[in-house]
Design a protein around this ligand. Structure first.
Ligand SMILES: NC(=O)c1ccc[n+]([C@@H]2O[C@H](COP(=O)([O-])OP(=O)(O)OC[C@H]3O[C@@H](n4cnc5c(N)ncnc54)[C@H](O)[C@@H]3O)[C@@H](O)[C@H]2O)c1
Length: 351
């Protein structure tokens, strides 16, 4: 299954078992002047898949250096970016060469950022290996790193030259990370795709994963094409994030993981919508059942009074307003800008 993302420049997404080993052949066509690549990966993913990527590139006449970093969000920092630049320099990467991100969202975001800034921008290829990266982070061109002051505070928009999604790589993904990605998959069903939501409720997603990935990434493609630089409609991808981010923040990023926190955030936002007459009643219960089915939490011990102040740090708030993503019903969402004071009164229904 292939998709083309019509940004500037446009790029292809290939979703196919085994497509990792086609990287050499495809790159030769896409980047005919390229002679060198740095393959960036983490310490979990590298030992599993770096060899086949490297062999494919070398067979196409491209010399490859591998740069590995310790797996995990704590690596998503500027120190590691500096070490990527050192690897790029040692490999002699010029503007016609490229970087490859082989791993989850952390690897993709960091490699993309290093590629965006090395020599003021070189091409990079995404090979996402976590469910979250395959359905979300590998497409759309948001790259960056965390600072001690907050997550994703430094970054750049830099679209990949190609995205190779091999669903087979999910067979080695630990279940907790798979569940995290399912939080995002369920989000796509909530905001745009009632049929996906129903199918996920009726059948176990493992039997049709490539279709799930295709459906989700196709929604992301459509949203990104309309709003590449995240100034409007792209905010709908943040359904569940207002309270989800607040929860992660209160727990100092050491409690619920992102996908799980977003799941709880989706339930809270659906309840807020129902309580204020903006969302069809019963929607929150439908989301709760689906989250439970895929092993995700549906509530938190923190009260709404604790969560509310933490929403002030939401990147999507503009000044004294907060941009809420609400559902009309499953599959249909809308954006509402509300003054911060109004959010407090809307939240009364959650008490
Ligand atoms: N750029 C975007 O648009 C965007 C969107 C959403 C999230 N993100 C970012 O994505 C990051 C989270 O991504 P993530 O959940 O993929 O985290 P991650 O990259 O840390 O991967 C999760 C874990 O799974 C391991 N792993 C990945 N693929 C594997 C495989 N096939 N087999 C075995 N182990 C594997 C990794 O080594 C890691 O330990 C966050 O930093 C978040 O900010 C970015």
């Amino acid at each position: 299954m292939n998709l083309t993302v019509h940004t500037n420049p446009a790029y292809e997404i290939i979703i196919e078992d085994g497509c990792i080993s086609q990287i050499g052949k495809r790159t030769k066509k896409l980047l005919p002047k390229a002679e060198r690549a740095v393959l960036v990966t983490d310490t979990h993913v590298g030992p599993l898949y770096a060899d086949s990527v490297r062999q494919s590139l070398e067979a196409a006449g491209i010399s490859v250096s591998v740069k590995s970093f310790p797996a995990g969000e704590q690596s998503k920092n500027l120190q590691n970016i500096a070490s990527f630049y050192t690897a790029f320099s040692k490999a002699g990467l010029t503007r016609t060469d490229f970087a490859v991100a082989l791993g989850g969202g952390v690897c993709g975001d960091m490699t993309g950022f290093a590629a965006a800034t090395w020599l003021r921008g070189i091409p990079f290829i995404q090979i996402p290996t976590s469910l979250l990266a395959q359905v979300d982070s590998s497409v759309g061109g948001k790259t960056g790193v965390d600072l001690p002051e907050g997550k994703n505070l430094v970054g750049a928009f830099h679209q990949p030259a190609l995205v190779l999604i091999d669903p087979q790589t999910l067979s080695t993904l630990p279940p907790a990370f798979f569940a995290d990605g399912m939080g995002e998959v369920i989000k796509y069903g909530c905001i745009r795709d009632k049929a996906l939501f129903s199918r996920l409720s009726q059948e176990d997603c493992h039997s049709y994963l490539p279709e799930v990935i295709y459906t989700c990434i196709n929604i992301k493609r459509q949203v990104v094409e309309k709003d590449e630089f995240d100034t409007g409609e792209r905010a709908i991808l943040n359904f569940g994030h207002t309270f989800g981010h607040a929860l992660e923040r209160i727990q100092n990023y050491g409690g619920l993981s992102h996908g799980k926190a977003v799941g709880v955030g989706m339930v809270l936002m659906a309840k807020l919508g129902e309580g204020t007459g903006m969302t069809k009643s019963g929607t929150a219960d439908q989301i709760i059942s689906l989250l439970k089915k895929y092993g995700l939490p549906v509530s938190c011990k923190e009260s709404i009074d604790e969560l509310l102040p933490a929403t002030a740090h939401d990147k999507k708030s503009n000044g004294s307003n907060v941009k809420l993503v609400l559902l009309k019903s499953i599959g249909e969402c809308f954006l509402r800008n509300v003054p911060r004071a109004e959010l407090s009164s809307l939240c009364e229904v959650l008490k």
